[in-house]
Design a protein around this ligand. Structure first.
Ligand SMILES: [Mn+2]
Length: 440
Protein backbone atom coordinates (compact mmCIF):
# COMPACT_ATOMS: atom_id res chain seq x y z
CA UNK A 1 0.00 0.00 0.00
CA UNK A 2 1.47 3.31 -1.08
CA UNK A 3 -0.81 5.52 0.97
CA UNK A 4 -3.29 5.76 3.81
CA UNK A 5 -5.48 8.11 1.82
CA UNK A 6 -7.44 5.45 -0.08
CA UNK A 7 -9.57 2.65 1.41
CA UNK A 8 -7.92 -0.52 0.05
CA UNK A 9 -11.30 -1.92 -0.88
CA UNK A 10 -14.46 0.04 -1.55
CA UNK A 11 -16.58 0.77 1.54
CA UNK A 12 -19.93 -1.14 1.44
CA UNK A 13 -21.75 2.14 0.76
CA UNK A 14 -19.81 2.74 -2.48
CA UNK A 15 -22.18 0.82 -4.81
CA UNK A 16 -25.17 2.94 -3.74
CA UNK A 17 -23.02 6.07 -4.11
CA UNK A 18 -22.19 5.22 -7.75
CA UNK A 19 -25.90 4.56 -8.39
CA UNK A 20 -26.75 7.97 -6.93
CA UNK A 21 -24.17 9.60 -9.21
CA UNK A 22 -25.50 7.75 -12.28
CA UNK A 23 -29.02 9.07 -11.52
CA UNK A 24 -27.72 12.56 -10.74
CA UNK A 25 -25.69 12.78 -13.96
CA UNK A 26 -28.62 11.43 -16.00
CA UNK A 27 -30.83 14.15 -14.51
CA UNK A 28 -28.09 16.72 -15.18
CA UNK A 29 -28.00 15.67 -18.87
CA UNK A 30 -31.79 16.17 -19.11
CA UNK A 31 -31.60 19.46 -17.25
CA UNK A 32 -28.81 20.87 -19.43
CA UNK A 33 -29.58 19.18 -22.77
CA UNK A 34 -26.51 16.96 -23.10
CA UNK A 35 -26.14 13.40 -24.38
CA UNK A 36 -22.96 12.72 -22.46
CA UNK A 37 -20.70 14.19 -19.78
CA UNK A 38 -16.94 13.78 -19.90
CA UNK A 39 -14.94 14.28 -16.71
CA UNK A 40 -11.17 14.70 -16.95
CA UNK A 41 -9.03 13.82 -13.94
CA UNK A 42 -7.21 17.09 -14.40
CA UNK A 43 -4.02 18.55 -15.65
CA UNK A 44 -0.50 18.60 -14.36
CA UNK A 45 0.84 22.13 -14.22
CA UNK A 46 4.48 22.55 -15.26
CA UNK A 47 6.88 24.73 -13.31
CA UNK A 48 8.08 27.74 -15.29
CA UNK A 49 11.20 27.00 -17.39
CA UNK A 50 11.59 23.65 -15.65
CA UNK A 51 10.96 19.99 -16.39
CA UNK A 52 9.16 19.44 -13.09
CA UNK A 53 5.46 19.62 -12.34
CA UNK A 54 3.36 20.81 -9.43
CA UNK A 55 1.64 18.00 -7.54
CA UNK A 56 -1.46 16.77 -9.36
CA UNK A 57 -4.77 17.64 -7.68
CA UNK A 58 -7.60 15.69 -9.30
CA UNK A 59 -10.73 17.41 -10.57
CA UNK A 60 -13.15 16.95 -7.63
CA UNK A 61 -15.99 15.95 -9.98
CA UNK A 62 -13.81 13.09 -11.21
CA UNK A 63 -12.73 12.15 -7.70
CA UNK A 64 -16.33 11.89 -6.55
CA UNK A 65 -16.71 8.86 -8.82
CA UNK A 66 -13.40 7.17 -8.25
CA UNK A 67 -10.45 7.59 -5.83
CA UNK A 68 -7.72 7.72 -8.48
CA UNK A 69 -5.25 10.35 -7.37
CA UNK A 70 -1.99 9.97 -9.17
CA UNK A 71 -2.64 10.56 -12.85
CA UNK A 72 -4.11 13.44 -14.83
CA UNK A 73 -4.48 11.03 -17.77
CA UNK A 74 -7.82 9.53 -16.83
CA UNK A 75 -11.40 10.26 -17.91
CA UNK A 76 -14.89 9.22 -16.90
CA UNK A 77 -17.61 9.13 -19.54
CA UNK A 78 -21.30 9.19 -18.64
CA UNK A 79 -23.62 8.38 -21.53
CA UNK A 80 -27.38 8.25 -21.06
CA UNK A 81 -28.54 4.73 -20.25
CA UNK A 82 -25.05 3.18 -20.22
CA UNK A 83 -22.67 2.04 -17.51
CA UNK A 84 -20.13 4.75 -16.73
CA UNK A 85 -16.79 4.23 -18.50
CA UNK A 86 -13.30 4.90 -17.22
CA UNK A 87 -10.49 5.56 -19.69
CA UNK A 88 -6.93 5.54 -18.35
CA UNK A 89 -3.73 6.29 -20.22
CA UNK A 90 -0.80 4.36 -18.76
CA UNK A 91 2.14 4.42 -21.17
CA UNK A 92 5.01 2.05 -20.42
CA UNK A 93 7.59 4.21 -18.66
CA UNK A 94 10.70 3.56 -16.63
CA UNK A 95 10.82 7.20 -15.51
CA UNK A 96 7.53 7.29 -13.63
CA UNK A 97 5.44 4.78 -11.71
CA UNK A 98 2.24 3.59 -13.40
CA UNK A 99 -0.99 4.99 -11.98
CA UNK A 100 -2.06 3.01 -8.93
CA UNK A 101 -5.56 1.86 -9.81
CA UNK A 102 -8.23 1.17 -7.22
CA UNK A 103 -9.07 -2.54 -7.02
CA UNK A 104 -12.06 -4.39 -8.50
CA UNK A 105 -14.31 -3.52 -5.58
CA UNK A 106 -14.31 -0.04 -7.14
CA UNK A 107 -13.75 -0.78 -10.81
CA UNK A 108 -16.54 -3.42 -11.07
CA UNK A 109 -19.04 -0.56 -11.33
CA UNK A 110 -17.48 0.76 -14.54
CA UNK A 111 -16.41 -0.36 -17.99
CA UNK A 112 -12.67 0.16 -17.70
CA UNK A 113 -10.19 0.70 -20.54
CA UNK A 114 -6.48 1.11 -19.90
CA UNK A 115 -4.51 2.29 -22.93
CA UNK A 116 -0.75 2.55 -23.39
CA UNK A 117 -1.02 4.78 -26.44
CA UNK A 118 -2.43 8.34 -26.24
CA UNK A 119 -3.76 7.99 -29.80
CA UNK A 120 -6.12 5.26 -28.60
CA UNK A 121 -7.48 7.61 -25.94
CA UNK A 122 -7.94 10.36 -28.54
CA UNK A 123 -9.83 7.90 -30.74
CA UNK A 124 -12.23 7.06 -27.88
CA UNK A 125 -12.81 10.67 -26.90
CA UNK A 126 -13.29 11.83 -30.51
CA UNK A 127 -16.23 9.41 -30.90
CA UNK A 128 -18.29 11.04 -28.17
CA UNK A 129 -21.61 12.64 -29.24
CA UNK A 130 -21.56 16.24 -30.36
CA UNK A 131 -23.61 17.28 -27.34
CA UNK A 132 -21.06 16.18 -24.75
CA UNK A 133 -20.46 18.40 -21.74
CA UNK A 134 -16.88 18.51 -20.53
CA UNK A 135 -15.62 19.17 -17.03
CA UNK A 136 -11.89 19.59 -17.42
CA UNK A 137 -9.61 22.20 -15.81
CA UNK A 138 -7.39 22.17 -18.92
CA UNK A 139 -10.20 22.75 -21.42
CA UNK A 140 -11.23 26.30 -22.27
CA UNK A 141 -13.55 25.41 -25.17
CA UNK A 142 -17.18 26.55 -25.08
CA UNK A 143 -18.37 23.04 -24.19
CA UNK A 144 -16.24 22.89 -21.08
CA UNK A 145 -17.11 23.75 -17.49
CA UNK A 146 -20.45 25.38 -18.25
CA UNK A 147 -22.05 27.16 -15.32
CA UNK A 148 -25.49 25.55 -15.70
CA UNK A 149 -24.08 22.04 -15.31
CA UNK A 150 -21.61 22.99 -12.58
CA UNK A 151 -24.31 24.77 -10.57
CA UNK A 152 -26.53 21.70 -10.79
CA UNK A 153 -23.75 19.39 -9.62
CA UNK A 154 -22.46 21.73 -6.90
CA UNK A 155 -25.92 22.22 -5.43
CA UNK A 156 -26.48 18.47 -5.19
CA UNK A 157 -22.96 17.80 -3.92
CA UNK A 158 -23.77 19.56 -0.68
CA UNK A 159 -26.03 16.68 0.39
CA UNK A 160 -23.64 13.82 0.99
CA UNK A 161 -24.27 10.15 0.24
CA UNK A 162 -23.67 7.58 2.98
CA UNK A 163 -20.38 6.70 1.27
CA UNK A 164 -19.24 10.32 1.35
CA UNK A 165 -20.07 10.62 5.04
CA UNK A 166 -18.28 7.33 5.63
CA UNK A 167 -15.16 8.70 3.87
CA UNK A 168 -15.18 11.88 5.98
CA UNK A 169 -15.63 9.76 9.12
CA UNK A 170 -12.62 7.64 8.10
CA UNK A 171 -10.59 10.77 7.32
CA UNK A 172 -11.43 11.96 10.83
CA UNK A 173 -10.31 8.59 12.22
CA UNK A 174 -6.86 9.20 10.70
CA UNK A 175 -6.58 12.89 11.58
CA UNK A 176 -7.55 12.64 15.24
CA UNK A 177 -4.74 10.26 16.33
CA UNK A 178 -2.38 12.48 14.31
CA UNK A 179 -3.65 15.51 16.26
CA UNK A 180 -2.95 13.59 19.48
CA UNK A 181 0.59 12.80 18.33
CA UNK A 182 1.11 16.46 17.46
CA UNK A 183 -0.15 17.57 20.87
CA UNK A 184 2.31 15.20 22.59
CA UNK A 185 5.22 16.78 20.70
CA UNK A 186 3.99 20.26 21.69
CA UNK A 187 3.81 19.20 25.37
CA UNK A 188 7.36 17.84 25.10
CA UNK A 189 8.57 21.25 23.86
CA UNK A 190 8.93 20.41 20.17
CA UNK A 191 9.08 23.13 17.50
CA UNK A 192 6.41 23.81 14.90
CA UNK A 193 8.48 21.79 12.43
CA UNK A 194 8.64 18.83 14.86
CA UNK A 195 4.86 19.03 15.38
CA UNK A 196 4.29 19.09 11.61
CA UNK A 197 6.43 15.95 11.15
CA UNK A 198 4.66 14.20 14.04
CA UNK A 199 1.29 14.90 12.42
CA UNK A 200 2.39 13.54 9.03
CA UNK A 201 4.06 10.48 10.54
CA UNK A 202 1.00 9.54 12.59
CA UNK A 203 -1.28 10.18 9.60
CA UNK A 204 0.98 8.04 7.41
CA UNK A 205 0.86 10.38 4.46
CA UNK A 206 3.02 12.95 2.77
CA UNK A 207 2.41 16.67 2.88
CA UNK A 208 0.91 16.94 -0.59
CA UNK A 209 -1.62 14.21 0.25
CA UNK A 210 -3.18 16.42 2.93
CA UNK A 211 -6.45 18.08 1.88
CA UNK A 212 -4.93 21.49 2.72
CA UNK A 213 -1.55 22.68 4.02
CA UNK A 214 -1.48 22.00 7.77
CA UNK A 215 -1.44 25.11 9.93
CA UNK A 216 1.02 24.72 12.81
CA UNK A 217 1.00 28.12 14.47
CA UNK A 218 3.08 28.50 17.62
CA UNK A 219 2.81 31.56 19.89
CA UNK A 220 1.92 34.84 18.14
CA UNK A 221 1.85 33.12 14.73
CA UNK A 222 -1.66 31.89 15.57
CA UNK A 223 -2.83 35.46 14.89
CA UNK A 224 -2.22 34.70 11.20
CA UNK A 225 -5.30 32.63 10.37
CA UNK A 226 -3.58 30.54 7.68
CA UNK A 227 -0.01 30.38 9.00
CA UNK A 228 1.69 27.83 6.75
CA UNK A 229 5.37 28.31 7.62
CA UNK A 230 7.38 25.80 9.65
CA UNK A 231 9.15 27.28 12.66
CA UNK A 232 12.13 25.79 14.46
CA UNK A 233 11.98 27.52 17.86
CA UNK A 234 11.52 24.93 20.59
CA UNK A 235 9.32 25.17 23.71
CA UNK A 236 6.46 27.23 22.29
CA UNK A 237 3.97 28.46 24.91
CA UNK A 238 0.94 27.86 22.71
CA UNK A 239 -0.05 25.88 19.65
CA UNK A 240 -2.90 26.32 17.19
CA UNK A 241 -2.99 23.29 14.91
CA UNK A 242 -5.46 23.26 12.01
CA UNK A 243 -4.86 20.02 10.13
CA UNK A 244 -6.91 17.35 8.42
CA UNK A 245 -6.39 14.27 6.32
CA UNK A 246 -8.16 12.74 3.34
CA UNK A 247 -9.90 9.47 2.64
CA UNK A 248 -10.77 8.66 -0.98
CA UNK A 249 -10.52 12.38 -1.72
CA UNK A 250 -12.80 13.49 1.14
CA UNK A 251 -11.35 15.83 3.75
CA UNK A 252 -11.46 16.19 7.48
CA UNK A 253 -10.68 19.69 8.79
CA UNK A 254 -9.87 19.90 12.50
CA UNK A 255 -8.43 22.62 14.72
CA UNK A 256 -7.29 22.50 18.34
CA UNK A 257 -5.44 25.03 20.48
CA UNK A 258 -3.21 24.28 23.47
CA UNK A 259 -1.17 26.37 25.89
CA UNK A 260 1.04 25.86 28.92
CA UNK A 261 0.02 29.31 30.24
CA UNK A 262 -2.80 28.96 32.79
CA UNK A 263 -4.62 32.21 31.97
CA UNK A 264 -4.55 31.58 28.23
CA UNK A 265 -5.53 27.94 28.79
CA UNK A 266 -8.61 29.20 30.69
CA UNK A 267 -9.52 31.32 27.65
CA UNK A 268 -9.11 28.23 25.44
CA UNK A 269 -11.46 26.31 27.76
CA UNK A 270 -14.10 29.03 27.35
CA UNK A 271 -13.85 28.98 23.53
CA UNK A 272 -14.03 25.18 23.62
CA UNK A 273 -17.22 25.34 25.73
CA UNK A 274 -18.73 27.90 23.33
CA UNK A 275 -17.82 25.69 20.37
CA UNK A 276 -19.64 22.73 21.97
CA UNK A 277 -22.67 24.88 22.71
CA UNK A 278 -22.78 26.06 19.07
CA UNK A 279 -22.47 22.45 17.86
CA UNK A 280 -25.41 21.43 20.04
CA UNK A 281 -27.62 24.00 18.28
CA UNK A 282 -26.85 22.73 14.78
CA UNK A 283 -29.83 20.96 13.20
CA UNK A 284 -31.85 20.97 9.97
CA UNK A 285 -33.94 24.05 9.22
CA UNK A 286 -31.75 26.66 10.87
CA UNK A 287 -29.94 29.33 8.92
CA UNK A 288 -26.17 29.35 9.18
CA UNK A 289 -26.30 33.14 9.40
CA UNK A 290 -28.18 32.78 12.72
CA UNK A 291 -25.50 30.37 14.00
CA UNK A 292 -22.87 32.96 13.04
CA UNK A 293 -24.73 35.60 15.07
CA UNK A 294 -24.88 33.20 18.07
CA UNK A 295 -21.12 32.70 17.79
CA UNK A 296 -20.50 36.45 17.97
CA UNK A 297 -22.69 36.76 21.04
CA UNK A 298 -20.76 33.88 22.63
CA UNK A 299 -17.42 35.53 21.85
CA UNK A 300 -18.71 38.79 23.35
CA UNK A 301 -19.62 36.96 26.56
CA UNK A 302 -16.15 35.44 26.75
CA UNK A 303 -14.50 38.83 26.20
CA UNK A 304 -16.53 40.20 29.11
CA UNK A 305 -16.10 37.16 31.38
CA UNK A 306 -12.30 37.19 30.94
CA UNK A 307 -12.24 40.97 31.48
CA UNK A 308 -10.83 41.72 28.06
CA UNK A 309 -13.62 44.15 27.19
CA UNK A 310 -15.75 45.89 29.80
CA UNK A 311 -19.04 46.23 27.96
CA UNK A 312 -22.39 44.41 27.76
CA UNK A 313 -22.17 41.61 25.13
CA UNK A 314 -25.04 43.04 23.04
CA UNK A 315 -23.33 46.45 22.98
CA UNK A 316 -20.10 44.77 21.81
CA UNK A 317 -22.02 43.35 18.85
CA UNK A 318 -23.64 46.72 18.09
CA UNK A 319 -20.29 48.46 18.17
CA UNK A 320 -18.65 45.80 15.94
CA UNK A 321 -16.09 44.84 18.56
CA UNK A 322 -16.46 41.07 18.20
CA UNK A 323 -15.21 40.93 14.56
CA UNK A 324 -11.89 42.36 15.80
CA UNK A 325 -11.40 39.18 17.84
CA UNK A 326 -13.36 36.79 15.58
CA UNK A 327 -12.89 37.95 11.98
CA UNK A 328 -13.84 34.79 10.07
CA UNK A 329 -16.93 32.71 9.39
CA UNK A 330 -18.22 30.10 11.80
CA UNK A 331 -17.77 27.32 9.27
CA UNK A 332 -18.12 25.96 5.77
CA UNK A 333 -19.22 22.92 3.80
CA UNK A 334 -16.75 20.05 3.84
CA UNK A 335 -16.29 17.26 1.34
CA UNK A 336 -14.19 16.73 -1.77
CA UNK A 337 -12.83 20.21 -1.24
CA UNK A 338 -12.02 21.48 2.20
CA UNK A 339 -14.14 24.54 1.48
CA UNK A 340 -16.68 22.52 -0.43
CA UNK A 341 -18.89 23.96 -3.16
CA UNK A 342 -22.52 24.92 -2.74
CA UNK A 343 -22.45 26.90 0.50
CA UNK A 344 -23.98 29.99 -1.09
CA UNK A 345 -26.42 28.33 -3.46
CA UNK A 346 -30.16 28.72 -2.94
CA UNK A 347 -31.08 26.26 -5.73
CA UNK A 348 -29.73 24.33 -8.75
CA UNK A 349 -29.61 27.49 -10.89
CA UNK A 350 -26.85 28.91 -8.74
CA UNK A 351 -29.07 31.64 -7.28
CA UNK A 352 -27.17 33.09 -4.37
CA UNK A 353 -28.33 32.49 -0.80
CA UNK A 354 -27.32 35.89 0.57
CA UNK A 355 -25.27 35.86 3.76
CA UNK A 356 -26.44 38.13 6.61
CA UNK A 357 -25.52 41.80 6.13
CA UNK A 358 -23.22 41.82 9.12
CA UNK A 359 -21.24 38.82 7.79
CA UNK A 360 -20.86 39.20 4.02
CA UNK A 361 -17.83 36.89 3.86
CA UNK A 362 -19.58 33.89 5.41
CA UNK A 363 -18.76 30.84 3.26
CA UNK A 364 -22.08 29.22 4.09
CA UNK A 365 -25.44 30.94 3.91
CA UNK A 366 -27.84 28.08 3.16
CA UNK A 367 -30.50 26.61 5.37
CA UNK A 368 -29.10 23.50 6.99
CA UNK A 369 -30.41 20.18 5.67
CA UNK A 370 -29.88 16.57 6.68
CA UNK A 371 -26.89 15.09 4.85
CA UNK A 372 -24.79 18.26 4.79
CA UNK A 373 -21.34 18.09 6.35
CA UNK A 374 -19.90 21.29 7.72
CA UNK A 375 -17.34 22.68 10.09
CA UNK A 376 -18.07 24.64 13.26
CA UNK A 377 -14.99 26.69 14.10
CA UNK A 378 -15.31 29.73 16.33
CA UNK A 379 -12.10 31.58 17.13
CA UNK A 380 -10.73 34.32 19.33
CA UNK A 381 -7.54 36.03 18.17
CA UNK A 382 -5.21 38.88 19.00
CA UNK A 383 -4.43 40.21 15.52
CA UNK A 384 -2.22 43.32 15.57
CA UNK A 385 -3.69 45.07 12.50
CA UNK A 386 -7.29 44.64 13.72
CA UNK A 387 -6.40 45.67 17.27
CA UNK A 388 -4.72 48.82 15.91
CA UNK A 389 -8.02 49.75 14.24
CA UNK A 390 -9.88 49.21 17.51
CA UNK A 391 -7.41 51.41 19.38
CA UNK A 392 -8.55 54.38 17.26
CA UNK A 393 -12.24 53.96 18.15
CA UNK A 394 -14.06 55.54 21.13
CA UNK A 395 -14.81 52.03 22.48
CA UNK A 396 -11.05 51.56 22.90
CA UNK A 397 -11.35 52.88 26.47
CA UNK A 398 -13.35 49.74 27.38
CA UNK A 399 -10.57 47.39 26.30
CA UNK A 400 -8.13 45.96 28.84
CA UNK A 401 -5.06 46.63 26.67
CA UNK A 402 -2.59 45.24 29.22
CA UNK A 403 -4.35 41.86 29.13
CA UNK A 404 -4.65 42.03 25.32
CA UNK A 405 -0.89 42.52 25.18
CA UNK A 406 -0.28 39.52 27.46
CA UNK A 407 -2.50 37.28 25.35
CA UNK A 408 -1.04 38.59 22.08
CA UNK A 409 2.04 36.44 22.78
CA UNK A 410 -0.17 33.38 22.21
CA UNK A 411 -1.72 34.65 18.98
CA UNK A 412 -5.17 33.16 19.11
CA UNK A 413 -7.55 30.27 19.55
CA UNK A 414 -9.61 28.22 17.12
CA UNK A 415 -11.57 25.05 17.88
CA UNK A 416 -12.98 23.24 14.84
CA UNK A 417 -15.08 20.11 14.50
CA UNK A 418 -16.79 18.42 11.56
CA UNK A 419 -20.53 17.82 11.82
CA UNK A 420 -22.96 15.74 9.79
CA UNK A 421 -26.48 17.19 9.85
CA UNK A 422 -28.93 14.43 10.72
CA UNK A 423 -32.74 14.43 10.59
CA UNK A 424 -33.04 15.80 14.12
CA UNK A 425 -29.67 17.38 14.95
CA UNK A 426 -26.06 16.74 14.12
CA UNK A 427 -23.41 14.06 14.60
CA UNK A 428 -20.07 15.46 15.72
CA UNK A 429 -17.55 13.25 13.90
CA UNK A 430 -14.55 14.97 15.48
CA UNK A 431 -15.57 14.82 19.16
CA UNK A 432 -16.65 11.21 18.71
CA UNK A 433 -13.23 10.34 17.29
CA UNK A 434 -11.37 12.18 20.08
CA UNK A 435 -13.34 10.05 22.58
CA UNK A 436 -12.81 6.84 20.61
CA UNK A 437 -9.05 7.29 20.23
CA UNK A 438 -8.33 8.47 23.77
CA UNK A 439 -5.98 6.22 25.76
CA UNK A 440 -7.84 4.17 28.39
MN1 LIG B 1 -12.12 24.90 8.34
Amino acid sequence: MASTTRASSAPPSYAAHVNTLVSRYTEAMHHCGYKAILLAAGEQLPMFLDDQYYPHRPNPHFLQWLPLFDTPDAWIICLKGQRPRIIILSPASFWHADPELPDDSYLQHFDVEVHTDARMVDAVLSKLPRKTAIIDPADSSKYANQAKLLNFLHFHRSIKTDYEIDCIRRATGIAVPAHKAAKEVFLEGGSGFDIHLAFLKAAGCSEHELPYPDIIACNENAATLHYERRTHEINPASLLIDAGTSMNGYASDITRTYSNNDEFAALITSVDALQLELCRNIRPGISFGDAQNDAHLGIARILKEHQLVDMAPVAMIEQSITPVFFPHGLGHMLGLQVHDMGGHMADITGKRATPPKAHPKLRMSRMLEAGMVLTIEPGLYFIPTLLDELRKKPSSTRVNWALVETFSKFGGIRIEDNLVITKSGAENLTRDAFTKYSPT
